[in-house]
Write a protein that binds this ligand. Structure first.
Ligand code: RNT
Ligand code: ZN
Length: 411
């Protein structure tokens, strides 16, 4: 134990906080690593450009082009981040010789991922990919007016649920299947109800097959708008909030998917009062849903505090979701992952009971003053200690490791 950690431990103990317990709770919590940061959301299908109202910008060299490269990069990431992890896969990361239509995907098409997860003690999460595809080109998928198009996407979503459940059985841990669709319109709609009614019917069909919730948790992700789809979003927050409440699937809140002054940290408690579990996509919007790398800012810490204060570490499923192609991609992953862990550590090391009592007693002066004072508690010393114990570089050394093998030979 370092002298600095011993001193920090004592300072926290004086506030009634046990740093050992905080470290243990922190490291037990799984964080799902979005595989799509490694290749700018291109996937392995070899098809066209990213579509669906989202965009990865930048041209830093080294984008992973296949399973071997992406898994190598993930190995590098895993060596630089402490704690338990899952890998979050999109359907377009299937490893196949020939093109397999997305509605025909089977567990065997993800065999290398399953083997990777087993070898590294990771969980797996899945996402049907309802974008970057000719049948999504019109900006409609599960809500498309044509039955044939809807059938294809319904089939695809069902296939991914089967694959997710297979992963869960093989790995002995739950799989989150998150459905996000880009469906929307660039300009003023003539019919808002129709597409939403079709989306509802499509989801009902997809989710009709029952899976044990210990294996598969289905989540639905809303958003406000997409690029080129600015005027109408079929899968809005209200739509999915109600859909989840009625059907028991989970709401997934992506903190880039709300109006800029609307905060996910404020939504968590409301949802937890009515749902068993919720899921989060942690990202950073700069002016819009720009999917910048997650930094250790106020909102990330506030989200972490809400999870801890609600006693909901096991009920809030955490995943990252951003894609920055302008910096080293391994570093982008590591920065975000370490920041999420740091925010949670900060949240775990606050005397929430004392602060709640001050709020309830109406002592708002002390409440504000102490909240500000606690921002300078010696969190970094606890972080350094837990990294050292896990054999993970604590400070900037991780960066040199990440940058030591720039993938410049990749075209
Ligand atoms: C898009 C959503 C969605 C995607 C990933 C790739 O706005 O956030 O979660 O980013 O599925
Ligand atoms: Zn998201």
């Amino acid at each position: 134990m370092s002298a600095r950690y011993a001193s920090a431990k004592a300072q926290y103990a004086a506030l009634g906080l046990d740093t050992e317990k905080a470290i243990e709770a922190l490291l037990a919590l799984p964080i799902s690593i979005h595989c799509w940061q490694g290749d700018d959301v291109r996937g392995f299908e070899g098809g066209g450009a990213l579509s669906g109202g989202i965009a990865a910008t930048g041209n830093y060299p080294g984008r992973a082009r296949n399973f071997t490269e992406l898994s190598q990069d993930l190995e590098q990431v895993l060596a630089l981040v402490p704690g338990r992890h899952k890998i979050n896969l999109h359907a377009i990361y299937a490893v196949t010789h020939d093109a397999v239509p997305r509605d025909q995907l089977q567990p065997e098409h993800f065999a290398p991922w399953l083997e990777f997860a087993k070898r590294r003690g990771l969980g797996l999460d899945v996402n049907p990919t309802l974008f970057s595809h000719p049948l999504a080109a019109q900006g409609m998928t599960l809500s498309h007016p044509e039955e044939g198009v809807r059938r294809f996407w319904i089939g695809h979503c069902k296939a991914m649920r089967r694959i997710g459940a297979h992963f869960a059985r093989e790995l002995g841990q739950v799989c989150v299947n998150n459905i996000w669709i880009p469906d929307g319109l660039k300009d003023s709609p003539a019919d808002r109800l129709g597409p939403r009614a079709r989306l509802k019917a499509s989801l009902d069909e997809i989710l009709a097959e029952q899976y044990d919730k210990a294996l598969l948790i289905d989540a639905v992700e809303s958003k406000v708008f997409g690029i080129g789809l600015e005027s109408y979003t079929v899968g809005s927050h209200e739509f999915y909030l109600n859909y989840a409440a009625k059907t028991g699937c989970a709401c997934l809140l992506d903190n880039g998917h709300y109006h800029p002054t609307e905060l996910v940290s404020d939504k968590i408690s409301s949802l937890l009062l009515f749902a068993d579990v919720i899921a989060l996509h942690l990202t950073r919007g700069v002016r819009w849903d720009s999917d910048h790398v997650v930094t250790l800012g106020d909102e990330l810490v506030e989200i972490a505090k809400e999870i801890v204060r609600c006693g909901a570490l096991e009920r809030v499923l955490l995943a990252l979701d951003y894609f920055d192609a302008s910096i080293n991609r391994v570093a982008a992953w590591v920065i975000g992952l370490r920041n999420v862990r740091k925010a949670l550590l900060q949240a775990l090391l606050l005397p929430h009971g004392q602060l709640r009592d001050l709020q309830n007693a109406g002592d708002f002066t002390r409440l504000l003053a102490l909240q500000e004072e606690y921002k300078l508690l010696p969190l970094g010393d606890v972080w350094a200690e837990l990294c050292a114990r896990a054999g993970i570089p604590a400070g900037g050394e991780w960066l040199e490791q990440a940058l030591a093998c720039e993938r410049t030979q990749r075209a």
